[in-house]
Design a protein around this ligand. Structure first.
Ligand SMILES: [Zn+2]
Length: 327
């Protein structure tokens, strides 16, 4: 039996149930939140916390038992806020370590670069500590690693981060989940760096893969063993593919036998300060209930079987956390 750490304690991976693999409870800007909290929280923090409790309760009512919160350094990850919410709602929340950047590294990390090749990176040090000792004095341990590759590609900073994540993964055995830009096919670049660090690519979720309908690219990522995250349901941006294109892509891949390598999510954020309030409000489907309410019924109507839905929502996430151990 494999055990995974959640914010409220260890769980058997077989108990995780329906799992959303890429979400966020709170994403804020640390120095704005610290000194201008009324801006970060848009008024009263207690109101935002209460709204977050309601959002989690709504997901729980749909049958979601576990949420993977991929909020990491650079997004004001703060576990006590999550613990406060979870005192009012029964939900497993798995938290992450890693760093959210498309290239820029804070001077702290630039100037703490390894002195020579082979030296242990302070990034690896921090990631491993979050996983093995816990995050701050919260008592909660991270159970997944997160890193990004966006339009800038694998710059020297991103290469360093991917390798630090790969080493923390091999040392701790927790899975890796990425942010990628599938339109630039850079999930393949991430796989290349991970493989060069000896990472078993079946332990990796290549995130945001659902932002493309390029089946050839998606098959190439999955044929190397990784799972793809179709994880932005409800998030709309100019030049994003439509919900129906996202659904049809999954339908086709399930028909081809790839249902064991796909996970679903929204990349929703219960409260964020990055954009004016009108922006998230203009995306009413960008919430924790959209996959349950609209996407799963649409997949079933188009021929995805209930057993395949169970793979997407339950057994694939559980498998990612059940593969454990350093290597
Ligand atoms: Zn995200």
């Amino acid at each position: 039996m494999a055990i995974v750490n959640t914010v409220t304690g260890p769980r058997e991976t077989t108990e995780l149930g329906q799992t959303l693999m890429h979400e966020h409870l709170f994403v804020l800007t640390p120095e704005i939140n610290r000194d201008f909290p009324e801006i970060s929280w848009r008024g009263d923090k207690a109101d935002r916390m209460a709204q977050t409790v309601e959002k989690l309760k709504a997901a729980k009512e749909r049958g979601i038992d576990t949420i993977v919160d991929l909020t990491v350094l650079g997004m004001d990850r703060y576990i006590p806020n999550i613990q406060r919410v979870l005192s009012e709602v029964n939900m497993n929340v798995i938290v992450a370590t890693g760093i959210y950047t498309y290239d820029h590294l804070p001077h702290f990390f630039e100037l703490h670069a390894p002195a020579k090749p082979g030296d242990r990176d302070i990034l690896t040090e921090i990631f491993v500590s979050d996983i093995t000792k816990g995050i701050g004095d919260s008592g909660a341990k991270a159970a997944i690693l997160k890193c990004c590759t966006d339009k800038a590609g694998v710059t020297p900073n991103i290469d360093r981060i991917l390798r630090a994540v790969a080493r923390a993964h091999r040392e701790t055995g927790v899975p890796i989940s990425t942010h990628s830009d599938p339109n630039l096919e850079n999930g393949l670049d991430q796989q290349r760096v991970f493989a060069s660090e000896g990472v078993d690519l079946t332990r990796v979720v290549i995130g945001h893969s659902g932002d493309t309908s390029n089946l050839d690219y998606l098959r190439r990522v999955m044929d190397q063993g990784s799972t793809i995250g179709c994880d932005r349901f409800g998030l709309y941006r100019e030049n994003f593919i439509t919900m129906n294109q996202r659904i049809d892509t999954i339908v086709q891949l399930c028909a081809e036998g790839y249902a064991d390598r796909i996970v679903l999510s929204h990349d929703s954020i219960c409260h964020l300060d990055w954009m004016p309030e009108a922006a998230p409000n203009a995306m009413p489907d960008w919430v924790l209930t959209h996959v349950s309410d609209k996407i799963l019924p649409a997949l079933l109507a188009k021929g995805v079987t209930p057993a395949q839905v169970e793979q997407l929502m339950v057994s694939n996430p559980a498998r990612m956390f059940a593969q454990q151990g350093s290597y």
